[in-house]
Design a protein around this ligand. Structure first.
Ligand SMILES: Nc1nc2c(ncn2[C@@H]2O[C@H](COP(=O)(O)OP(=O)(O)OP(=O)(O)O)[C@@H](O)[C@H]2O)c(=O)[nH]1
Ligand SMILES: [Mg+2]
Length: 446
């Protein structure tokens, strides 16, 4: 499939750089190439060229590369111009390409064409953007794994197994004489069990990838003066929040993003919780509760010298029951004996000194653990919320297939629905508006 119009964009980041790249993709680029370079190019051979303006003057000198369809990123003819990476020169060169009949590419349009021309499936196309956006080594590793097709292969493996099982079940529906005995002989339930195992592993790896991509929101709560802001500063390795011995120092919520082993944590420091007649402090406290509502994990800070006081108990009881809580006993430098961590009645506790940095390794491990990070990231696929939802939907249908395995029509139907849910990840069943949504978030030139 070839799009009607030729698109062009600067593919490198704006600003100064040694090299800047302009990419042109379209049906037949011979005419543009000839006008721009005053020569034709051999496929895939770097050619030192003058890039020419309409009046024949030289805009820039650089390397031109031609990738004829279908052996290019987009699957169309692609011309790549590597010039000098300055804004003015790149813009002049781009303008010249537009004069010669190209139009400015929309965000993600090159990758969209690659998808439409079957060079990539949808999950791979999304991982192009995720690789560009990856903020940590772990995130970049899992994005390249998805781009190279590992995630898609894992999905196809399950889809193929679902199709095979469906064929068996549908054969039974079509030839009712064979019926359930035939399915037993073919070990249909054993095959379903293998699908369940593969699917659970895939979902776990995808959840790890989502964690790498999106991180987790952690709120620091506690009474005034227990050291919430000090802990934020210690976690961030920077003086981001004001710390004073005055109770009620923090009023506005302070947000900071940190990374632990490549997993992003969005940490929110809040106003200490207590009864107050001060209007400003009360507004801060209201904001604390609003931040708690949005968090996925709460750290309840306590003064290690005091233990859990009735005020702490009252905060604990007001936290949403489904919100995981880690108790952090702070200021251990002020007491002689303490243990690094403990777990009592299902509540995990760690002991730290936010001031000195003691106990931070244990806190890091605990945070990773509570966030659901289970591995070094080796099996993780850079998954998005959309993928997780589709995988969870497929899990529901696989579960329903098992429940209905004696009613063959339902059994077959649930297998089919699981297959459709999984295929939406790689783009075999995707509506146009979904494609628009996905590609519009790319940068221009990709
Ligand atoms: N000795 C010691 N002092 C600490 C520690 N952590 C915090 N402090 C001190 O406790 C006081 C309060 O610290 P903050 O970090 O401002 O406490 P907070 O919980 O943010 O307080 P509010 O913003 O008022 O709610 C400051 O004087 C800190 O230096 C610690 O681990 N050891
Ligand atoms: Mg504070």
């Amino acid at each position: 499939m070839q799009s009607a119009d030729t698109i062009a964009a600067v593919a490198t980041a704006p600003g100064r750089g040694g090299i800047g790249v302009i990419r042109v993709s379209g049906k037949e680029l011979g005419a543009i190439t000839l006008s721009l370079l005053n020569k034709s190019l051999l496929p895939r051979q770097a050619s030192l060229s003058n890039f020419l303006a309409g009046d024949g003057s030289v805009i820039d000198q650089g390397i031109a590369l031609f990738f004829p369809a279908p052996h290019s990123f987009t699957g169309e003819d692609v011309l790549e111009l590597q010039g000098h990476g300055g804004n003015a020169v790149m813009q002049r060169l781009l303008k010249r390409c537009l004069e010669l009949g190209a139009r400015l590419a929309e965000p993600g349009e090159f990758t969209r064409r690659a998808f439409l021309n079957d060079k990539l499936d949808l999950a791979q196309a999304e991982s192009v953007a995720d690789l560009i956006d990856a903020a940590s080594e772990e995130a970049a590793k899992s994005a390249i794994r998805s781009l190279q097709g590992e995630f898609s292969r894992a999905i196809h493996e399950i889809v193929d197994s679902l199709i095979n099982l469906r064929m068996l079940v549908e054969a039974c529906i079509d030839f009712p004489d064979e019926d359930v005995d035939f399915l037993e002989a073919a070990d249909a339930l054993g095959k379903l069990g293998k699908i369940e195992t593969l699917h659970q592993r895939l979902l776990a790896n995808a959840r790890q990838g989502r964690l790498l991509r999106e991180g987790i929101h952690v709120v620091l709560v506690g009474q005034p003066n227990v050291g919430k802001s000090s802990l934020l500063n210690q976690l961030a390795g920077d003086e981001v929040a004001i710390v004073t011995p005055i109770a009620g120092t923090t009023r506005d919520t302070v947000r900071e993003e940190i990374e632990i082993y490549g997993v992003p944590f969005h940490i929110i420091d809040t106003a200490g919780l207590r009864e107050t007649s001060c209007e400003v402090e009360q507004i801060g406290i209201n904001r604390t509760w609003a931040a708690v509502e949005k968090a996925s994990l709460a750290l309840l800070l306590l003064d290690a010298r005091e233990g859990v006081t009735p005020s702490d108990q009252s905060i604990l009881s007001r936290l949403p029951p489904q919100l995981p809580v880690l108790q952090v006993f702070n200021k251990t430098d002020l007491i002689p004996h303490f243990s690094g961590q403990e777990e009592k009645a299902g509540v995990a506790s760690v002991y730290v000194s936010a001031k000195r940095g003691d106990g931070m390794d244990i806190l890091h491990d605990r945070l990773l653990n509570l966030a659901g990070w289970q591995q070094t990231g080796e099996g993780a696929f850079m998954a998005r919320e959309r993928h997780i939802r589709a995988l969870e939907l497929a899990a529901t249908h696989i579960g329903a297939a098992r429940k209905n395995c004696q009613q063959l029509e339902f059994f077959a139907e649930e297998l089919k629905l699981a297959q459709v849910a999984l295929s939406s990840i790689t783009g075999e069943f995707s509506a146009d508006d979904l494609l628009g949504e996905i590609f519009s978030r790319f940068c221009i030139g990709k």
